[in-house]
Design a protein around this ligand. Structure first.
Ligand code: UD1
Ligand code: UDP
Length: 364
């Protein structure tokens, strides 16, 4: 029997780790599974735990309103040391590139506990973009014993860096496992009814490197295009970060075809994505989900660690400058050939069975 300690703290980690928790808990003869959340996010994390009916065994509950990277790193490092000392796991599983993942993996490394990194090998090789995530994931890969790469490209990155191939398994992305359970035919939502007859645009934005003026410029571009296209309606579930909310309200308030709403539960959000005409985002997870739904995405970032979706044709990197976003967004609304070329479903991130493969590696 192996004791596995799964740790996560933010919305996207929770969405991608809950399927794995379920898979582990479904095999009680082989694994004792302990779930620790750091609470780096609070309400946005709790929304996901509730949607997937996962109850954490430990909760560090670290979130503060104006937390910075020092707060998160030190609170997780010290809190997770205590949890690990108590639980004495055989392996700790962390996900992706958040500061929760970095600090929890560092704590495991300091205590000589084996680490499994889910979503290993994603890279931009630009430490400033996304910041600080590119640093976090490189460090976690350096100290991990199991590298669960979602794609062949991620595996190649790890091999090129000299990582031991015996540690690497290509599993697919557990986010697609989650999506398999959330999107349903005939899903009803008040926003879907509100947008009926219009092209529905879905917006999200939260990256730290875009906070302030770059984010306001993104919003100005979106508003200008929407004003020129009366057959569009947009919904933007705003991230809880007060700096994001301030920028969004400053640029987007008072425009009735664009609704600013609270973060959506993952079931509603995935089903809304599936019914959107187009998504504008700087999110990581959405870049993985949209290709399998066949919904075009304009990625409002200068770099992406998810080139597979760009190669598949569903994602387009448009940068963060106002004029670039304005031009590309308007183009996709005006040119149906360009739109149709992006609007096809492909599945570069796996078949929805990544969790099973990860668990099989842990059994071996
Ligand atoms: C974090 C991750 C980022 C990930 C993102 C997903 C780091 C450094 N960043 O960024 O990689 O893409 O989560 O969303 O790990 N807040 C709330 N309630 C919540 C969540 C957030 O009020 O449920 C507010 C708090 O004021 C908090 C702020 O949002 O201080 C920022 O949250 P934080 O986790 O520090 O950074 P994110 O930008 O969310
Ligand atoms: N998401 C959600 N509700 C929302 C916005 C996003 O459930 O209102 C989901 C989305 O489907 C994806 C994940 O949250 O699975 C992405 O989270 P986020 O953009 O915060 O983080 P990132 O992926 O950029 O790290």
């Amino acid at each position: 029997m192996k004791r596995v300690l799964v740790v996560f703290g933010t919305r996207p980690e929770a969405i991608k780790m809950c399927p794995l928790v379920k898979e582990l808990k479904g095999r009680p003869d082989e694994f004792e599974t302990v779930v620790c959340v750091t609470g780096q996010h609070r309400s946005m994390l709790d929304q996901v735990l509730e949607a997937f009916s996962v109850e954490p065994d430990r909760d560090l509950d670290i979130m503060r309103a104006q937390q910075d990277l020092f707060d998160i790193t030190s609170d997780v490092l010290l809190g997770f040391r205590e949890v690990m000392t108590e639980v004495e796991p055989d392996v700790v599983l962390v996900h992706g590139d958040t500061t929760t993942s970095f600090a929890a993996a560092l704590a495991a490394f300091y205590l000589h506990v084996r680490i499994g990194h889910v979503e290993a090998g994603l890279r931009t090789y630009n430490l400033q973009s996304p910041w600080p995530e590119e640093f976090n994931r490189q460090v976690v890969d350096t100290i991990s014993d199991y590298l669960f790469a979602p794609t062949e490209t991620a595996r190649r990155n790890l091999i090129a860096e000299g990582k031991d191939s015996a540690k690497i398994s290509v599993t697919g992305n557990t986010g697609i496992d989650a999506l398999r359970t959330t999107v349903r035919d005939g899903y009803r939502h008040e926003i879907i009814d509100w947008a009926a007859g219009s092209r529905l645009i879905l917006i999200t934005a939260h990256r730290r490197e875009n906070l302030g003026e770059p984010m306001r410029a993104m919003f100005r571009a979106i508003r200008r295009v929407m004003e020129e296209h009366p057959d569009t309606k947009a919904v933007y579930p705003i991230h809880m970060n007060p700096q994001v909310r301030e920028a969004a309200h400053a640029e987007l308030d008072g425009f009735e075809r664009l609704r600013l709403i609270e973060p959506m539960g993952v079931l509603d959000f995935h089903n809304l994505m599936a019914r959107s005409h187009l998504i504008l985002t700087d999110s990581g997870g959405i870049q993985e989900e949209a290709p399998s739904l066949g919904v075009p995405v304009l990625v409002m970032r200068d770099t992406t660690e998810r080139p597979e979706g760009v190669e598949a044709g569903t994602l387009k990197l448009v940068g963060t400058a106002e004029e670039d976003i304005y031009r590309e967004f308007a183009h996709l609304l005006d040119d149906d050939d360009a739109y149709q070329a992006m609007a096809h479903a492909s599945n570069p991130y796996g078949d929805g069975h990544a969790s099973e493969r990860i668990v099989a590696c842990l059994v071996d």
